[in-house]
Design a protein around this ligand. Structure first.
Ligand SMILES: [Zn+2]
Length: 271
């Protein structure tokens, strides 16, 4: 059995979570919360490196972020589609990991995989809670070599599922909260998370993707150089930090309104 997660971040590609909410996940892990990452694809379409390279790098990045659980599904890279089959795959993971909070990408963006993951993830969270929908933990719904296994990260379920030939019936579960990581899109967040103390750890987790981000010839015109990546990440983190009155922050959006109990405890200065 996978121990229930507090927070599960879902994204299309390995390294998306690191970039959009890596600091937030690291901060949660430092508080003792159990965090997990579900990547929908394995990165086989990337200009640089292979899916195997990326699996290794994803496991390293997960260690940097103190993540307890990570898995990549087998949805084709560059072809994330909101189909019934894909929704069931994600819903199975929701039931298996039982997160209280799910982080999804924002529902608009340049890359179709990103915005499709947003809607697909939301609908999967809904499906996962339907009492009459039977879902079993199927080995076919996970990557054959789940990176979390290879890295020695705690990911009990994949082995277990293989042993019992996918017969485990999963009990319904719906996360309490769904929030959207907005870093990839120019939209005003409804809140930011202070990651000033976690910024270096976040940067290290992104740099774990050596096949993508180390300086090299392949794809030189589309990938920025190492120093440039650092500068851009810092600029973004500083901008959102400024909105929250801190040094570095990551932006999020929630669809619900905020609930306040004590006016004197509301953070972020107005004037
Ligand atoms: Zn991506």
């Amino acid at each position: 059995m996978v121990k229930d997660l507090d927070i599960l971040a879902i994204a299309a590609h390995r390294d998306d979570v690191e970039q959009t909410c890596g600091g937030t996940l690291l901060k949660a892990a430092q508080r003792g919360q159990r965090t997990g990452i579900l990547d929908l694809t394995q990165g086989e379409m990337g200009t640089r490196g292979t899916a195997e390279d990326r699996a290794r790098e994803a496991a390293d990045a997960a260690k940097n972020l103190g993540v307890s659980w990570r898995r990549a599904l087998d949805i084709p890279d560059g072809r994330v589609e909101n189909t019934w089959e894909n929704r069931l795959k994600v819903a199975s993971v929701i039931r298996e990991t039982r997160p209280r909070v799910v982080i999804l990408p924002y529902w608009k963006g340049r890359h179709p995989d990103h915005y499709t993951t947003s809607v697909l993830g939301y609908e999967a969270c809904f499906l996962a809670g339907l009492g009459k929908l039977a879902l079993s933990s199927q080995p076919s719904a996970i990557s054959p070599q789940a990176p979390a296994d290879a890295s020695g990260l705690r990911a009990g379920r994949p082995q277990e599922s293989r042993q019992d030939a996918g017969a485990t019936i999963l009990t319904p579960h719906r996360p309490f909260k769904i929030i959207y990581a907005t870093l990839y899109y120019d939209v005003r967040p409804t809140f930011v998370v202070d990651v000033t103390e976690q910024f270096e750890g976040k940067f290290a987790s992104i740099m774990a993707y050596k096949s993508q981000f180390s300086d090299q010839d392949a794809g030189k015109d589309i990938f920025p150089a190492h120093d440039e990546i650092r500068t851009r990440l810092e600029a973004m983190a500083r901008y959102y930090g400024m909105l929250g009155g801190v040094t570095y922050a990551e932006p999020f959006l929630q669809k619900e309104v905020g609930l306040v109990d004590d006016l004197l405890a509301i953070p972020v200065k107005s004037i």
